[in-house]
Every structure is written in structure tokens, then in C-alpha cells.
Design a protein around this ligand. Sequence first.
Ligand code: BGC
Length: 794
Amino acid sequence: MLVMKAHPVNTTQSGAFRFSPIDDPLWRIEEEGFNLAREHEIESLFAVSNGYVGSRASLAEGSPLSNPATFIAGVYDTNSSAQGDPVPELAVAPDWMRLTLLAGEREFRLEDGGYLWHRRTIDLRHGILWREFDYSAPNGGLIQVRACRLASLADRHVLFQCVQIKAESRVPGIHLRASTESGIEQPDQARLISESCPPLDTGDDAANLLEFCTRSTRIKVAIATAGRLRIDGTVIPPNLERLPGRRIESWEFDIEAGKTYRFDRLVVIYTSRDTEQPTTVAAQHLRRLLRVDADEVIDAHARAWNERWRESDIEIEGDESLQKAVRFACYHLISAANPEDERVSVGARALTGSAYKGHVFWDTELFMLPFYIFTHPPSARALLMYRYHTLPAARRKAQRLGYSGALYAWESTDTGEEVTPGYAVSPDGDIKPILNGVWEHHISADIAYAVWQYWQATGDEGFIQHAGAEILFETARFWASRGLLEDDGCYHIREVIGPDEYHEGVDDNAFTNVMAQWNLECAAEAARLLAERWPDRWQELMHRLELGADEPEIWRDLAQRMYTGFNPETGLFEQFKGYFDLEEIDIAEYGPHAMPLDVILGRERTQLSKIVKQADVVMLLHLFWDRFAPETCEANFRYYETRTTHGSSLSPSIHAAVAARLRDTDTALRYFRQAAEIDLANNMGNAAGGVHAAALGGLWQAVIFGFAGLRLLPDGLGFAPHCPPQLRALRFPLIWRGIRLRVELRPDTMEVAAESGGALTVQIGNGEPARLTPGRRIRWKRGEGVEVWKEVSS
Ligand code: BGC
């Protein structure tokens, strides 16, 4: 159960904090001092979010580099002032956390010095961003400031900020200003524009209601805020200033030694995506909240986090930095998704930054979704339902390009329409066309893969019948129209971009073709299943989608004839037709390089070389481990690994997962560390744009599919454990078809316990499958041979 540290001061009388950041260093990510150059990165890493709304961790008082931004999922707009070819992007909502503190004439700013120490901490366990510092006032008095901020996981429309000030001796002339500001429109950002500030009657002087709107998509956003200052528990009325799009409350007071000055700000957000009356609903919600103690908001939020951690925490013994990295990953994944909204998905940088404009890619289905499937199925379902609701846009895209069925957008927003920008300016100043929106088609099969994985792992019959099957059929139809049966009798898919985006417009990309093959087979299987188990639904779908009775057979046939580029003699997949003839470049010769290798080599030379941007054939191994012979996995990993530059953050974790299953735990651990450092050590240099949500999902997969070797069996779960000896133990929970499991993995032992739900089969390595029932725990020991595990107790 959650333990909150009690503050020594009597809370009810003084109003002082009952909370403080968690002590356990394995649950904290900290930034000590202040380094202006790192500010944008810290803003991303320390962001608070709940999948509905996310705020970057900008300093409340600002700094020369602060770029405060709050994003609301689904609130996209087109930035009309952007140059060139603007595409929709997440609009920046007003800065609700702005605070200015003056002592005498001097405004507190970190860059001016004057602070004795300064620390920011994310308390991962409770989902709270803390800030603590001591600051020397102009009269020499020492002011202690403790502040926290959260986006409530218990009540997703609520944001909360709290600041406590104390001093050891009197400090006169304090001026505290709290404002909500729409901010200055910047050329590279879409911002909500202020519409009006209707009155808000809460009986509370410092409550405000502000209405905003997106410029082109006309989404209304209502923000209700209430700031309150208490001195030793007594509420002090503010001075109010109301300007268009801006509200300022301020208080002037002298700090007396030993007294507690506490500022709380509650913020409630609703949009016209949630309700027809966002303003009224936001006001009502705020009124309700003001009736309860503000600490209850923190308590409820911390309880919600506690619940999520019970279902998702991975414990790693033996390496503290990896332990923290994995918790950091889960923290941002939990923060990213909203199970209550099936009309949005998670963007490449979630709600933590503006890189990729909040656009949704295959990142969600193949990198993040497994985390939700096995820890919080309602989140996974909502994300897949987003794909169901955007099927009409995917059908339109297929049709526009002359195909049947559904071709999902490579990049999408809430509408599902294709929003990949038409071009980008490359680091050398060249205008480079972006062709992914036209050619990167594997996303349709990636989504189908996720649908099937979700269905297999959760057994959610309602989903497969009512949404999943339709996605599978429509994507299969797309593949059946996308390729051509050629003279060699094989089905070829020409002119695509595979995951390795360095090579554009290639023919027969192995990843795309194998994924398409699988999509076709799987849709045929879903058709069989529906016809057998839910014949009425099957009839209804056949009728509505005008599915021919022979289509599933055609899908099976095309799948069988799919050209995959696999050569049985070498055991290698050719990444695409002609790849083996390209120039061989020895990556190792370039040593560690700050610039991506494709930039060093130039676009043209890269395209004519075997240099690979990210896991492509290796991604196939990851997704279809059981379909390939162990020698095939080994041969392809070794071949492609040495040619991959990891120019995408999606790559290292997948290499870690595959290397672990190949029992090469040293290589696995090296890639695992590289993946862990993408955000935490900013090792790709672009964390300022937001955390790399797919890489964080990949980190989770490297543990679960890599080190633990999880795989789905028809009636349970299999594990092929390869725990690196450096990690003494791995412990994690999983949910499979409603059954909650706890797994413990050590280099030579394995334990699985079923907490609740029904029975399932568990198989470790090639050992005898065991039947696990609720309340039971089974222990296995590694035997003599590879993958030989013996049950030792239950
Ligand atoms: C990668 C894509 C990825 C996108 C968004 C690109 O650099 O190559 O695979 O979907 O970033 O994360």
C-alpha cells in the first residue's frame, strides 16, 4: 500500500504539505542545480501527463529558454503562420502554471543565481513532479520553496499545482503572482487562441473561467482555474487583474518566520471533443473540487498511480540505473494513454513535446501497445478503437491511391487522415521530399498484427467481433489489391518504404511483404472464426463490407504466393530486391559519430549503400520469433546488425530483445543500455522535442519478450528466459485473458504465480507445459541443456 510521508507540521492547522517526494532513489529521477542548456530536455523528461492532458516541466517563473507547453490529446490545429505546407499539429494550450515570486523589487529567476540549492524530482511512484530549493532574499533571509505539480490520473480533466513557502526569519515585501496565459504565438507552434472569459461563480475570488479555441479546427477548450493562498491555513483574498486571454491573481505579504505560506492551484479542462458544453462542465467540475480538501486531489492521484504500478512495475535487481530507466519508461507509458477516449491515440512523443507534431505512427501499435495489452488492456483497447474509428479515412486513402480496403495513414491525428508533411529541410539546408505518406504502407499490417495480438492476449470477444475483424478484413483487402501476381508465380509488392527509411521506393521489402502475408492469413483465419463462432455477425459484416464469399480463400492463396526475399540456402532475407548488390560500408570505420550516418554520407550514397536506419529484417524476427528457425534468426540478426546505424530511437530496444532471445545477453544488455539512455542521457540529442514513447515501449518489450522470452500459447503463456547474469532478478506482473500473474526470473530459476482469474498453461523453455491455477505458484530450475527447464515445486 502507498505510504505517504507525513510532514512534521500539523497539517490541518497550518495547511502545510502532507507530502514530500518519495525517498527511495529507485523511484526518483532527479535533476540537481540548474543548467540552462539542458532546460528543454528536462521539460520533456519531467513532464506530467495522464493521456488526456500533458504539461512540460517548464519552470513556473520561466527562464530565457523555458518553453512551457500543455497539450490536450486530440486538440490539433493547423498552424496558419507556419511556412510552406502546414499540417495539423497538437495545439499548445495556455500556460496554467505560471508563477512569479518577488522579494522586494527582485524577481526570483534561477539564471540570476541567489539560490543555495535547487532540485527537480519526478516521483515516479506517485506521478508527481517536485521542485525544491532554498533561496536567499535580498534582505539576507532564507526562503524555502517546495512545489509539486501533477496531471491527475484519478480525474483526467484535472491539473494541480502546489507551492509551499517558509522562512527562518522575517522576509518583507513578498509579491506572488499567479497567471494563466495564452502565450505569444510562435511561428513554429499552433496555439489556442483566447475567445472569452465568462464569469464563474464559485464563491471563490480567485476562480477563473477562460475559453479558447483552435484557429482552423474550431475546437473549443474551457479552462477553469482556482488559485488559493493560505497563510497557516487561513485563506487570503487575492488582487485580481483580468485581461483578454489572461488572468492574474496576486498577493502581497511579509513572510514571518515559522509560518507556512501555501499556494494551491486547481485547473479543470474540458473541450468540445468531450462535451457540447465545455465551459459549463468545466465550471461545475471545478466547483465540486473546491468543496473538498486540495490534498484529496493528490491522494486520489497517488492511489490511481499505485494501482497502475501494481499491474506494471518491473523490478530489476543488480543494476540501479536500468531499474530507474525501466520505471521511467513505464511512468511515461502510463502517462501517455487514456483508456477513456477511443478517438485519440498516442503520438510519437506522447503529450511531452512538439516533435512530430503529436502525430501517430506505427510506434503505437508495434512498440507501445504490448505494454498496455499485458498491463492495462482497457488502454490497449482504446488505442485500437482509435484505428477502428479511423477506418473510413484509411479506406479513403486506399481509394485515392487506387487500391481497395484500408490503407492507414503513415502519420495521423484524430481524424485518421494522412498528415505526413510533404517535405523537410535537411541538416545541410536542402529541401527533402518526405515520401513516407505515399509509400510507407506496412503500417496497415502493423495495426492488423496489434489487433490479433490484443485478441490473443485478452480474449476480448466483443472487440474482435465488432471492431477487430473489420480492421483485419479491410487491411487484408488492401494487401490483396496492393501487389501483383507476376510471371514467376509470386505475389510482389513494389515501390514501398520499409522500416529502414533510408531506402525509398524499393520493391519487395521483406518486412512489408511478410507482414502483408501474415495480415492476409490472419484475416482469412478471422473470417473462419467469425463464420464458426458468430455466424450472424459474419453475415452482417459480409453484407455491409460487400465481402465476397471467396475473398478469404483469395487472401490465403496470395499469402502463400507472397514473395518474401528469403533464401533457404543462405538463410537470409534480402531486405528488399537488389539490397545485396548495394555498396558495403563498414559502419565501424566511422566510429562514434554525433551526426547520423546518413547525414555524414549524404542521402544519395546512403541510398546506394547497405546502411540500414533501424530494425527492419530484425523487426521481423522480433515479431515472428516462433515462425523462423533458430538458425534463420541467428543468421539474419548477425548480418543486419552490423549494417544498422540505429538512426531511429525505435531500433536499439528491438536489437536488445532479439539478441536476448538469441542468448547473446552481452549484446542484449549493450543495446538495452543504449535504449535506456535515449531520453535519460539524451543520447540521440533530440529529447528536447519530447520523450521517445516508442523507445520506452521497446524497453519494456526488451525485458518481457527479450530477457523473459514471453510468447503467446493457444491456452497460456510461454517463456524462454535469458536473464543476463548481471541482473540478479527480474520481477514483473502480467495480465493474460483476465488472469493476473506475477513472474520472477533469475539467471537459473523462474517462478510464475497466478493471483486471480482462471487456469492457464505455462511453459518454460522446451520444458513440460504446466497448468497454473489461481493462488498457485510454480517454480522451475534451469537444467543441463539449453532451454531445458524443470519444474521443482508448486
Ligand atoms: C522512424 C519511424 C518512426 C518515426 C516516429 C522515424 O525516425 O524511422 O520508424 O515511426 O520516426 O517515431
